[in-house]
Write a protein that binds this ligand. Structure first.
Ligand code: CLF
Ligand code: SF4
Length: 494
């Protein structure tokens, strides 16, 4: 079949085009890495096949692949103290802006339009803005229609778990490989502080009884999914003073019942959101508190640390949101799926990814070889592709990595409220908020930084450099760590 010519530029907008073109020009990928797989050694091939292009289930995939959510499920059967129905579901979103709710037909038009224009798209998720399992008819109609039109798109669902056991068999029949359950407690006494009521079997329950029913349904749903081989991720909202230490217990319970990943997310709480927690002054954790708990959880159920708490209508790579480009009023009346961009993108990424994996392995080995106990927290400005390819002033977030005796690990991201160079010049007040967001970070790596912000960062105890611009993230961090602790830096991979 003839395919239209597609320019790399139009294909790979958020990814660094120069770096990918360099790869393509050198014969597609470095000769030694052709065919190398990013599959971790301790993972079976079937599981890898399910997660390898899923930006949430694979940290490595999130550099390359995008998800989109369609907000077709507004109804909910419980009340969480961190949620206000006016806003997006806090299970899978950051509250703040009301979603544009869609019918299944509108969702179909939107997904096809996005699939034609965003080649990174690999996953369609339904994450509210209410509960996808409670608002089941719309969820099911949407998944069925879209999987017929775009058979290779992965279907993903997020739920509070109360109605989940009623739909596990249908999820399995629809080939839904990925389910997220938000589980904030396994002790109903703690649950009663998080959930004032639930609506179950046509009755409203309150307090400890409500939390006990929710807990039992969540555990049952998780066990049923595990029995059917569906990968389940557990999201837990970290609420300081309510369930922080308790999440160690949650981690144990979900691991025992086969959860694939545990994603601990910070409570987002602000009086302006009108939530119970926001209005009563319940604070969220700091970035360092979240990291400390995640570090404590290491060794239990495998952790997800790259969650961006997406909106229920998010579109794009994690950490970017292109939803505003695809609002209903901008969608064409009729649209036909064209697979060519997504197929071309996958081909290029497969080559780039093999190269990246080799570079990462070399960097991790080099860091482990350094006989130092020290840990180095590094923030990276990137717009995808696993490379340092974003200017300091344009970064909407920084990805944070830790280098140390265990190698190089991704430990989270720090959101920047306002970019330093918004409008073309830097604002000192904005830089102060960026510096606050970088709490605990020792070095910032970016594609470009001016002398002024660099000097202010230095004064705040944060070193910043663009010397590793366009390198792979791990290669740069490896070189930095090796240089810092007195051995020869490893060679950067172009
Ligand atoms: Fe969406 Fe959730 Fe599926 Fe991902 S999001 S339904 S698993 S496709 Fe991902 Fe967003 Fe975190 Fe969710 S970053 S909020 S974990
Ligand atoms: Fe809100 Fe989601 Fe909780 Fe329902 S499950 S109350 S929509 S956060």
């Amino acid at each position: 079949m003839n395919q239209p010519m597609i320019s790399l530029d139009s294909l790979l907008q958020p990814i660094d085009v120069d770096a990918l073109e360099k790869t393509a020009a050198s014969g597609g990928c470095s000769s030694s890495s052709c065919g190398s797989s990013a599959k971790p050694d301790d993972m079976d091939a079937a599981t890898w096949e399910k997660i390898k292009d899923h930006p949430c289930y694979s940290e490595e995939a999130h550099h390359y692949f995008a998800r989109m959510h369609v907000a077709v499920a507004p109804a909910c059967n419980i009340q969480c103290n961190y949620c206000n129905r006016k806003y997006d579901c806090a299970n899978e979103s950051r509250p703040g802006v009301v979603s544009e709710k869609l019918t299944p037909d509108q969702a179909m038009r939107k997904v096809v339009t996005v699939a034609n224009e965003v080649p990174q798209l690999s996953v369609l998720g339904i994450a509210g803005p209410g509960d996808a399992c409670y608002d089941w008819k719309k969820t099911k109609a949407t998944f069925e229609a879209i999987s017929k039109e775009i058979p290779d798109i992965k279907l993903c669902i997020s739920t509070n778990g109360l109605a989940l056991p009623d739909h596990v068999d249908e999820l399995a029949e629809m080939n839904v490989d990925h389910v997220t359950i938000t589980i904030n407690m396994v002790d109903p006494e703690i649950g009663a502080k998080i959930y004032p009521w639930i609506y179950y079997n046509k009755r409203r329950y309150e307090g400890i009884e409500a939390a006990r029913i929710l807990h039992e349904r969540q555990m049952l749903g998780l066990e049923m999914l595990t029995a059917r081989g569906i990968l389940t991720k557990i999201n837990s909202v970290l609420i300081p003073g309510v369930n922080d230490e308790h999440l160690l217990e949650v981690n144990k319970w979900v691991k025992e019942r086969g959860a694939f990943l545990h994603n601990v997310m910070p409570l987002i709480s602000d009086p302006a959101h009108g939530t119970h927690y926001g209005l009563t002054g319940q604070r969220g954790p700091t970035a360092m508190e979240l990291k400390a708990l995640q570090d404590e959880l290491e060794g239990g159920a495998k952790l997800m640390r790259h969650c961006r708490q997406c909106r229920a209508d998010a579109v794009g790579l994690l950490g970017e949101d292109r939803g505003q480009e695809f609002t209903l009023d901008q969608l064409p009346e009729t649209v036909t799926y064209d697979a060519s961009k997504r197929e071309a993108y996958r081909e290029i990424v497969a080559k780039e990814r093999g190269d990246h994996v080799e570079a990462k392995q070399a960097a991790v080995a080099a860091v482990k070889d350094v006989a130092a106990e020290a840990k180095l927290l590094v923030a990276v400005a990137t717009k995808g592709g696993g490379r340092i390819n974003e200017h300091f002033g344009h970064a909407k977030e920084f990805q944070v990595y830790e280098a140390g005796p265990k190698g190089i690990t991704f430990v989270g991201h720090r959101k920047v409220e306002t970019q330093y160079c918004e409008g073309g010049w830097g604002e000192d007040a904005t830089l102060d908020s960026v510096i606050r967001a970088l709490e605990g970070v020792e070095v910032v790596l970016c594609a470009k930084i001016g002398d002024c912000p660099k000097g202010m960062l230095t004064a705040a105890g944060i070193r910043a450099t663009d010397a590793y611009g366009f390198d792979y993230i791990e290669t740069a961090i490896g070189a930095l760590y090796a240089a810092e602790y007195g051995v020869e830096p490893i060679t950067a991979v172009a």
